[in-house]
Design a protein around this ligand. Structure first.
Ligand code: SAM
Ligand code: SF4
Length: 487
C-alpha cells in the first residue's frame, strides 16, 4: 500500500474514532435532558452575567452610586467598546454601525467616548483609573483610521493608568490586521502596551465564512494571526460551531487547521440563533426562511466534543470555560477577573457594562440615546440592578462555578457570610450524584461532564425569577433548575 494511501486510511480511522467517541455526549444529553437539566428543545442560554442583562430594570446614576465605594486598592478591570464594522455577519446580535464610510461618525463617537470617561471618573471621584487588565472590544475596535486609532489610544491611556496592568487585550476581526495598514495598526497598538489579541476567526473554511457573510477568507485570517505572532502578541482565536453548512467532517478539518496555527488560545462558541441581548441578528430570520444545512443539536454537541478532543490531542486544555490554552498564564485576565475573581470592572461606550461588586449596569444600545445623554453631561445608562443579599449570594457561585472553581471561603466573603453547604446542600448533592460536580473540604468544581453542560449547571443556582426558560420548557425532573432552588 502506498504511504499516501496508508496515511489517508489512518486519518480516516482517527476521524471515525473522534466521531464515535463524541456520540457518548449525545447519550449524556438525552439522559440529562430527561432529568430536567437541559431545555426540552435543546436550546441553550449562555450564562455570562447574573442576573442575565436582558432582565434588569432601568436605573439612574444616583441609584447606581448610592452607597457604592471604590475598591480599597482603587483598581478596576477596564473595558471600552467601539461599535463599527465593515458589514453585518449573519450570526451577529450586536448593535453596530456598518460601512466603509463612517469616518465622521467615528470621530463623533470618539468625542463622546472621551467625554463619557470624564463623566464616569468624576462620579467615581478619581482623576485617573488604575487598570488591573484592559479589554477593547466591539464591533471592530481596529476598524478606525490609523489617526483615529492613535487618538483613541492617546486619550484612553491618558485617563487609564496602565503601569500595573497585567494584560491589555484587543478583540478584533482579521481584516484590519493584514496588509500595510494592518501591520501599522499592530505596531501602534503595541507602542501603547497592547499585548494580546482575540481574533474572531469563526471558521477556516471559506464556504462557511461566506455563509456567515464574513468580510475575510481563511487565508486572510491566517495572515492576521501570523502578523500578530510575528510582533509578539499573545494570540487567542475564536470559532463558532453548529453553523449552517458545517458537518462533522469539515469541522474536524477546521479544528485540525486551527491547532496547526500554534496560537496560545482557542475559544469555541456554540451558535446562538436567538439573541441573548436586545438586538436580534439576521441568523434567526435566515433560519426561519429555512437556511440550509443547520446542524442538528446532536451534531452540534458532537462538534463540541470533537473539538475538545482535538484540542486535548494537541495540548490545549480548558482553563476558563470554552477557552482552551496550552499554558494557563495566557488566559484572558479580564474574563478571569470578571468570572472567577468577581472583581470590579468599568465599561465605557455603547452597550458597555460595569460590574461594581453588588451592582451591575448596562449602557445604552442606541447611538442617539448614547450621544444625547453624554451631551447633557450624564452617564449613558440604559438599565442596571443592585443585587439583594440573596442575589449577591447566588452571583457569588454562578460564574466561578461555571468557569473554574468555587472556593468556599471566598464564597463566604463575597456573598456576605453565607455557608455554601448550607444554602445549596440539596442542589450540590443532586449534582454530585449525577456526576456533574465534585466537592472537597475547601471547594466545589465541575467534572468533565459538568463542564460540558456548564451553562445549564450555572443556571441551577439562578433565582426562579431569572431562569432563562420557563418552567415547562424543562422536564420536571430532579435536575430542573426550578426544583430544590430555595435557599
Ligand atoms: C464580541 S464578539 C465580536 C468579535 C469581532 N467583532 C469579530 O466578529 O471578529 C466575540 C465572539 O462571539 C462569537 N459570537 C458572536 N455572535 C455569536 C452567535 N450568535 N453565536 C455564537 N457565537 C457568537 C464570535 O465567535 C465572536 O468572535
Ligand atoms: S460579528 Fe463582529 S465583525 Fe461581524 S458584525 Fe458582529 S461585531 Fe461586526
Amino acid at each position: 500500500m502506498q504511504l499516501v494511501e496508508k496515511n489517508f486510511l489512518a486519518q480516516n480511522q482517527r476521524n471515525q474514532n473522534l466521531i464515535q467517541k463524541a456520540r457518548g455526549r449525545v447519550e449524556d444529553f438525552y439522559r440529562l435532558r430527561s432529568a430536567g437539566l437541559l431545555c426540552k428543545s435543546g436550546d441553550f442560554f449562555p450564562s455570562v452575567h447574573y442576573p442575565p442583562i436582558t432582565m434588569y430594570p432601568p436605573i439612574t446614576e444616583e441609584e447606581l452610586f448610592q452607597s457604592y465605594k471604590v475598591p480599597k486598592d482603587g483598581v478596576f478591570d477596564v473595558y471600552a467598546h467601539i461599535p463599527f464594522c465593515r458589514q453585518r455577519c449573519v450570526f451577529c446580535h450586536y448593535p453596530v454601525k456598518l460601512g466603509e464610510n463612517q469616518i465622521e461618525e467615528k470621530n463623533i463617537y470618539l468625542d463622546a467616548l472621551e467625554k463619557e470617561m470624564d463623566i464616569y471618573m468624576k462620579r467615581l471621584g478619581v482623576d485617573k483609573i488604575k487598570a488591573r487588565s484592559i479589554l477593547i472590544g466591539g464591533g471592530t475596535p481596529t476598524f478606525l483610521t490609523l489617526d483615529q486609532l492613535k487618538r483613541f489610544l492617546d486619550f484612553f491611556t491618558d485617563k487609564v493608568d496602565v503601569s500595573d496592568c497585567t494584560q491589555f487585550n484587543y478583540d478584533v476581526d482579521p481584516l484590519t490586521l493584514i496588509d500595510n495598514d494592518g501591520l501599522k495598526r499592530l505596531e501602534i497598538m503595541k507602542s501603547y502596551g497592547v499585548n494580546r489579541v482575540t481574533i474572531g476567526t469563526q471558521s477556516l473554511d471559506d464556504n462557511i465564512l461566506q455563509k456567515m457573510n464574513r468580510h475575510h477568507n481563511a487565508a486572510q485570517a491566517i495572515e492576521s494571526i501570523k502578523n500578530c505572532q510575528d510582533l509578539g502578541y499573545i494570540v487567542n482565536i475564536e470559532f463558532i460551531f453548529g453553523y449552517p453548512g458545517q458537518t462533522l467532517e469539515n469541522w474536524i478539518e477546521v479544528m485540525d487547521s486551527a491547532v496547526a496555527l500554534d496560537v496560545e488560545e482557542i475559544q469555541l462558541y456554540r451558535l446562538k440563533v436567538e439573541a441573548y441581548g436586545d438586538y436580534q441578528g439576521p441568523i434567526k430570520g435566515a433560519k426561519e426562511k429555512g437556511m440550509m444545512g443547520l446542524p442538528s443539536i446532536e451534531e452540534t454537541l458532537m462538534m463540541k466534543q470533537i473539538a475538545i478532543d482535538i484540542l486535548a490531542e494537541n495540548g490545549y486544555h480548558e482553563n476558563l470555560r470554552r477557552v482552551y490554552s496550552r499554558e494557563r498564564k495566557n488566559y484572558s485576565h479580564y474574563a478571569d477577573n470578571q468570572c472567577c475573581g468577581l472583581l470590579d470592572q468599568l465599561g465605557f461606550g455603547l452597550t458597555a457594562f460595569s460590574s461594581l461588586r453588588d451592582r451591575f449596569v448596562l449602557n445604552s444600545q442606541d447611538f442617539h440615546e448614547y450621544y444625547s445623554s453624554i451631551e447633557a453631561g450624564k452617564m449613558p445608562l440604559n438599565r442596571g440592578y443592585i443585587r439583594t443579599p440573596e442575589e449577591q449570594m447566588r452571583w457569588s457561585i454562578i460564574l466561578p462555578l461555571k468557569n473554574r472553581k468555587v472556593w468556599k471561603s471566598y464564597f463566604k466573603e463575597v456573598s456576605g457570610g453565607y455557608d455554601l453547604e448550607s444554602v445549596f446542600q440539596q442542589k450540590i448533592s443532586n449534582l454530585k450524584e449525577w456526576g456533574l460536580l465534585v466537592e472537597d473540604e475547601e471547594s466545589i468544581e465541575l467534572t468533565k461532564l459538568g463542564a460540558f453542560f456548564a451553562d445549564e449547571i450555572a443556571q441551577q443556582f439562578h433565582h426562579i425569577d431569572f431562569i432563562p426558560f420557563p418552567r415547562d420548557a424543562y422536564e420536571d425532573g430532579i435536575l430542573s433548575p426550578y426544583n430544590h432552588n430555595g435557599v
